[in-house]
Ligand binder design. Structure first.
Ligand code: SAM
Length: 299
């Protein structure tokens, strides 16, 4: 794993990409994806709705070399129908595939599979039953998200995980309707909800929920409570990025020097390195942390 891959998990680096991906979900994605890798689970990874690549770049850190990551977005192509076109032209009209690719390549050496289409086309590009993790963050319209649910059910491995964005935002009740319909009527087991996302599996939820409980209860930066829906336990959680105390006295000066320096200039690079080192120690998985440390300080 190169340090360019690991930069995607450093908040200050990832936040150079415009988009939506809050701390709870960064922590939850990292935990779920890394736990699958640690358990030897391999498969494909899919994201519907990548915009400029913020969540995709982050997910990219957890894609094994043997796996395929497929990202799908309309990018600048025409939306599928009139409603979707109105939604798309209002919110995302500056989006281009080139901007996504440029962002991606500043963190990762090779592009994922990039599909420019409406989300219903994902089933033509990914093998059924092959996906271990799928992030659904494309259209906000009920009819489209309901199709995304069917695609996830078809494409996921038996114990694969699906994450729905915006399952409770007032501006997109269609996502809520489709996501809860999956739980109520289509056999999706709810694992947890965060402020922005709903996570579930069509496999056995118990091992995931037990492990998640252990992790969250031991993590000083996490809060959880319990909920029972259709007789099944699920978790609501909020998770912070670990706080990184600023080094005394020099921190303000270092920060302003870094802000004023062109990218790659020595002072900014040094500040970035020590910050990366602290962040890595605080919240990266141990194997990843060792790789970062080695890269930042080869001696
Ligand atoms: C909320 S943004 C995705 C945010 C992104 N995951 C991030 O990390 O910032 C939603 C994206 O879905 C795309 N989109 C909207 N309707 C779509 C559809 N029917 N099929 C595929 N993509 C769609 C938009 O072009 C937009 O880029």
């Amino acid at each position: 794993m190169s340090d360019s891959l690991l930069r995607a998990q450093v908040p200050s680096e990832l936040d150079t990409i415009k988009g939506w991906f809050n701390p709870s979900d960064r922590r939850m994605f990292a935990w779920l994806l890394q736990r699958q890798l640690d358990s030897g689970v391999r498969g494909n990874v899919v994201e519907l709705g990548s915009y400029l690549g913020k969540s995709a770049v982050f997910i990219g850190d957890f894609v094994h070399p043997d796996e395929t990551f497929t990202v799908l977005d309309l990018f600048e192509s025409e939306a599928g129908d009139a409603d979707n076109k109105t939604e798309w032209s209002g919110s995302y009209s500056t989006l281009t595939e080139d901007a996504f690719k440029k962002n991606w390549l500043s963190f990762h050496p090779q592009l994922p599979v990039v599909v420019k289409a409406t989300s219903d086309h994902i089933v033509e590009h990914v093998e059924p039953g092959s996906v271990r993790f799928m992030h659904i963050d494309a259209s906000h319209l009920y009819e489209h998200v309901a199709v995304d649910v069917e695609s996830a059910k078809l494409l996921l491995q038996p114990d694969g995980i699906v994450a729905f964005d915006d399952y409770r935002s007032e501006h997109c009740p269609g996502v809520a309707a489709a996501a809860w319909e999956a739980v109520n009527d289509k056999g999706l087991h709810l694992l947890c909800v965060t402020e922005s996302k709903l996570y579930g599996t069509w496999g056995d939820p118990k091992p995931w929920i037990d492990a998640m409980q252990q992790w969250l209860e031991a993590d000083p930066d996490a809060y959880l409570d319990w909920h029972r829906i259709h007789g099944e336990r699920s978790i609501r959680c909020k998770i912070k990025l670990p706080s990184t105390p600023a080094p005394a006295a020099t921190s303000t000066k270092a920060a302003s020097t870094a802000a004023a320096s062109p990218a790659g200039a020595a002072p900014a690079a040094r500040t970035g390195r020590s910050r990366s080192r602290r962040l890595a120690k605080d919240w990266l998985p141990p194997a990843v942390h060792r790789a970062v440390s080695k890269r930042l300080n080869p001696r």
